[in-house]
Ligand binder design. Structure first.
Ligand code: SAH
Ligand code: SF4
Length: 371
């Protein structure tokens, strides 16, 4: 069987230069091609008029350009836009554009589904179907940028859509390299944020390799007991191991470390939890992002009242922790954090996880909604 055609967007500038050199072409042509792909956002090799006809034919014979098909574009009342893209193999992923007063943030997916099985997250219900290629990650940015008056209208890209980015390390890092390239989008590392549920060896590698992007760690609980109940990954790497790795994050750097904390009513939102969080993060230069739970249909948790959220935040601020509250976007179109589940609603991938009841509840909940 012939392998499926690679996307040209799978290639970093260095990779494309190497390919060109091996073909006996001038490696600097890679820059030209990058400009066509990410500055002009060409849809076809034929648009690359500064590239010779022979070269265009060669590229077209070897690579696929693009390949994400828009299955749906949903507009939320609050201005956010959810794209559902169909991949060439029929799988679907979601990407969310969140407009802000001064800038837009794009939330991209890194896998079809996710293997991590967090109990509160809709994507977990799919299990892991497959990794996205670097090109499939980059193309989500291209697709959204095409709808905006200028590429620069996307200021931040957050790797917080479907999937666990550090479980698809190589492709995610490759996509960061491409998004950062000056001949393309030219994102600085401060405008890119990779969010992880806490894969400790991959966090260490990310730090060691100096990947130029912010890191967001989804903490979500302050005791191993609660964290393990919410996030099975904690069984493998507990809070101590996770925070030890986070302490290695370079303090003197333009990129930032953030801890995300999804507030689940009655589960992890007490003032005692807030105090413990302060203790745990003592000595780590970081910011805390509080995310009031977005209840996807069919999952057994509830968000806390806004008052409780504010009290939790105040406790952190009083102890000198920088803490913000991320108010939810796109809830009416199921585009908010943890509500992304594409295509079929039934769990189907490897590691697919049926819905359990809330912590301490004996009653399982079987319904899976969304999609
Ligand atoms: N897999 C990565 C990135 C995708 S999830 C991670 O877990 O970090 C992005 C963020 O959404 C995480 O912080 C996760 O804890 C949070 N999240 C998941 N489901 C949610 C929900 N239903 N409501 C609010 N936040 C949710
Ligand atoms: Fe995966 Fe993140 Fe959802 Fe956990 S919260 S299941 S790691 S996408």
């Amino acid at each position: 069987m012939t392998p499926p055609m690679e996307y040209i967007e799978d290639y970093t500038l260095a990779g494309l230069s190497r390919w060109l050199a091996a073909e006996g072409e001038k490696p600097f042509r890679a820059k030209q091609i990058f400009q066509w792909l990410y500055r002009h956002m060409a849809r076809d090799f034929e648009e690359m008029t500064s590239v010779s006809r022979a070269m265009r034919a060669k590229l077209a014979g070897r690579f696929r350009l693009g390949g994400l098909e828009r299955a749906a574009v949903l507009h939320s009342e609050d201005g956010s836009v959810k794209y559902r893209f169909r991949l060439p193999d029929g799988n679907e992923i979601e990407t969310v554009l969140m407009p802000g007063a001064s800038h837009n943030t794009l939330c991209v997916s890194t896998q079809v589904g996710c293997a991590m099985g967090c109990d509160f997250c809709m994507t977990a219900r799919m299990g892991l179907v497959r990794n996205l290629t670097a090109g499939e990650i980059v193309q989500q940015v291209v697709q959204a940028a095409r709808d905006l008056p200028d590429r620069a209208f996307i200021r931040n890209v957050v790797f917080m859509g479907m999937g666990e980015p550090l479980h698809n390390y190589d492709n995610v890092v490759r996509s960061i390299e491409t998004l950062s390239e000056d001949n393309g989008f030219g994102f600085s590392g401060r405008r890119l944020t990779v969010s992880t549920s806490g894969l400790v060896p991959a966090i260490r590698r990310f730090i060691r390799e100096g990947v130029h992007a912010n890191l967001a760690v989804s903490l979500n609980a302050v005791t191993d007991e609660v964290r393990t109940a919410l996030m099975p990954v904690n069984r493998r790497w507990n809070l101590e191991a996770l925070l030890a790795a986070c302490r290695e994050f370079p303090a003197e750097s333009r990129i930032r470390l953030t801890f995300e904390y999804v507030l689940l009513g009655g589960v992890n939102d007490s003032l005692a939890d807030a105090r413990r969080l302060v203790k745990l993060l003592h000595g780590i230069k970081c910011k805390v992002n509080l995310i009031p739970y977005n209840p996807p249909p069919g999952l057994p948790y509830r968000p806390p009242d806004l008052e409780r959220v504010r009290a939790f935040q105040r406790k952190l601020l009083d102890h000198g922790l920088l803490a913000t509250v991320r108010l939810s976007r796109g809830q009416d179109i199921q585009a908010a954090c943890g509500q992304l589940i594409a295509g079929e609603t039934a769990p189907r991938g490897r590691f697919a996880r049926p819905t359990r009841g809330p912590i301490g509840s004996a009653a399982p909940v079987d319904t899976v909604a969304g999609g």
